[in-house]
Design a protein around this ligand. Structure first.
Ligand SMILES: [Zn+2]
Length: 391
């Protein structure tokens, strides 16, 4: 770790917003990204502008439920994954969109019957083989969806919010996971490699609970200020740490520390095969003096403005602010649902897509090793113990 990390300053809010717009989709050619950079539109518009297929989906989506054709067909509780790709009718309706838009199901039989009808229709359209349709029906029958023991919170709607947590696995990660379990929310974790290496069981558990876990570099540098070999090392070391921890990822995705990624950095990340996922509701929760009610209010304001990608920090890589976020998180989730919104994660284009929360039912682990701590510039004292300062 070099001391330069301590000497840098965080970019101002304006810069952050520019960075997030510019990094919304780095899988695109530089020209397309450049045009996106000049807009200050909402994220959905940015996504629509930057990908023809995404634009088609946003423009004329017969099924706005948000299930991506990239994923597999699975049901739960308990989570039963067929491994069969979620087929897309071509009008924005995937099989899972068509199934879940009928929730809530009055009985388990009603759910199984819906899946039967939908799979037959997809088979008739040559979108599923007879064997695949049979396997999907069998998975539905084995699940408990709609049954007396299914206490799932509904998660079907046309507008989704991504709840994301950077810089972990942190001291507070166990608490975050417990709140998400209690509220039945699927989140996305952008984990830091050095922290994954310190407590790999926490990263593994995040995935086990059905959350999406992606890369946030190894030591959290500003990627605009490092050499290309260092950038590659930051990304690769973290991928290796996640692999060692057994964290399966549906695609290679990352969020740059400080949301800082200039054109050169984005180009290199694209070469390495990463989708850059940004964030657009910034409650400055890394600051130590942001009380829970302020975090809640800032996020509610962002949602009201049409922003949907909330980036939070449940661990004091920068400050001790995680405690206030733990107080605010259940209320933030409540507010989002009260506004009629659902939760989602990301697909490989960086778009927010549908997901459902299905708990593993396993005990939520806690930190076992000291959490590496990078004393960046933001003050606020030392994190809760045990920690080890990396410098
Ligand atoms: Zn970070």
């Amino acid at each position: 770790m070099t001391r330069t990390l301590k000497a840098r300053t965080r970019p101002g809010k304006r810069t952050l917003l520019a960075a997030l717009t510019a990094t919304a989709l780095t899988t695109l050619p530089a020209t397309a990204s450049a045009s996106a950079e000049n807009t200050t539109t909402t994220p959905m518009t940015t996504y629509a502008q930057t990908s023809a297929s995404q634009a088609a989906q946003v423009g004329a989506d017969a099924c706005p439920g948000g299930w991506s054709g990239e994923g597999t067909v699975w049901f739960g509780p308990p989570r039963i994954d067929t491994g069969i790709r979620n087929p897309d009718r071509g009008d924005g309706c995937t099989l899972l969109d068509v199934v879940w838009q009928e929730e809530p199901f009055a009985t388990h039989g009603a759910f199984v019957s819906t899946v039967g009808r939908v799979t037959r229709a997809f088979h008739a359209s040559d979108l599923l083989s007879a064997r695949e349709a049979g396997e999907i029906r069998a998975a539905a029958a084995r699940s408990r969806v709609g049954g007396p023991h299914d206490r799932s919170v509904q998660n079907t709607c046309a507008d989704r919010v991504a709840l994301t947590f950077d810089d972990g696995p942190s001291f507070y990660r166990g608490q975050t996971l417990a709140i998400l379990r209690d509220k039945q929310v699927t989140a996305t974790f952008f984990d830091v490699g050095m922290r994954v290496d310190a407590n790999p069981h926490l990263a593994a558990f995040e995935r086990q609970e059905g959350h999406l876990v992606l890369n946030h570099t190894y030591e959290h540098p500003n990627l605009n200020e490092v050499t290309v070999p260092r950038l590659r090392e930051e990304m690769n070391r973290t991928e290796e740490a996640l692999d060692r921890a057994g964290v399966e990822r549906p695609f290679a995705g990352m969020r740059p520390p400080f949301l800082a990624a200039n054109e050169q950095v984005r180009a290199e990340l694209t070469r390495l095969g990463f989708t850059v996922v940004s964030g657009d509701i910034d409650a400055s929760d890394w600051l130590p003096d942001r009380p829970a009610n302020q975090l809640r209010a800032d996020i509610a304001a962002g949602i009201a403005e049409g922003r949907r990608n909330i980036f939070l920090h449940d661990g004091p890589i920068d400050t001790v602010a995680g405690r206030e976020l733990m107080k605010a998180l259940p209320l933030i989730i409540h507010d989002i649902r009260a506004a009629g919104l659902c939760f989602g994660t990301f697909d490989s284009t960086g778009a927010i897509v549908a997901d459902r929360y299905v708990s593993s039912g396993e005990p939520i682990p806690t930190v076992v090793d000291a959490v590496p701590y990078l004393p960046l510039l933001f003050g606020g004292g030392l994190p809760p113990e045990p920690y080890v300062i990396v410098d």
